[in-house]
Design a protein around this ligand. Sequence first.
Ligand code: NAG
Length: 234
Amino acid sequence: MTFTTQRLKKAARIILIGAPGVGKGTQTERLLARFPQLASISSGDLLRENVRNKTSLGVQAEATMQSGNLVPDSLILDLISSEFQSKGWVSSAAAPTISSSASFILDGFPRTATQASNLDTLVPVNFVVHLVTPPSVILSRIASRWIHEPSGRVYNTDFHTPKVPGKDDVTGEPLTQREDDSIDTWKQRLHKFEETSKALIEHYHKKGCLWRVEGDTSDEISPRLFAEVERRFC
Ligand SMILES: *[C@@H]1O[C@H](CO)[C@@H](O)[C@H](O)[C@H]1NC(C)=O
C-alpha cells in the first residue's frame, strides 16, 4: 500500500489493542508512515536500550531480571516517563504536564487495567484502538501458512500458493508448517488474549477513548483506521 501523509492538528496519544494475529505491527507501521508526527514508543525497546546504555533505570531493570524477577510496572513507567522527559514532552516527573505536540503510539504497555490506571497519571492516552478480526479468520489464515524452512520462504494456500502444492517454488523441496503455528497453540493464545484484555478494554471504554474496528484483513482495517484518526486529530 502507498499513502499520502497527513498532518495532525491535535496531539494523538494512541494505543492499539488486538489479539495476536490481527496485525497490530502492520497497523502501527502504516500509521507511522501516514502520520509522520507520530513517534513509536515501545516499552520493550526502551527496556533494552536502557539496559544497553547502562542508565540507572537500565541497571535496576537488569538486576531485577537477573535475579529471575519480572521488571515491575513502576519501573516500566519510569522508563516511559524518562523517555518523555528526554523528548521534552513532560515538564517534570513530579507534576507531569504533557506537551501538546507529543503524538505517539505506545507499544507493549499497558497490558492490564492496573497498568493503564498508572499510565493515566503520567500521560492521558486519548485514542485506544481495539483491532478485531474474527478468531475463525485468524485461525484459517494460520492454517493456510506454509514455509520452506531452509530459505524462510513463506506461502499461503489462500493467496500465495506454491506452483506445485506442498513444494517450494525454487528448490522443489517440501513445505512444512511451524510448530508454533499449530491450531491448538493459536486457540490458546487467542483465548488467553480474550481473558487478559477484557479489563483493559473496559478501562478505556469507561474513559470514553475506546474505538473498535473490525476487519478480516489489515488492508480492510487500515483505511477505516486512517479515516478515524483524521476525523479526530486532523
Ligand atoms: C542510548 O544511547 C544512545 C547513543 O548514545 C542514545 O542515542 C540514546 O538516546 C540512549 N537511549 C537511552 C534510553 O538512554
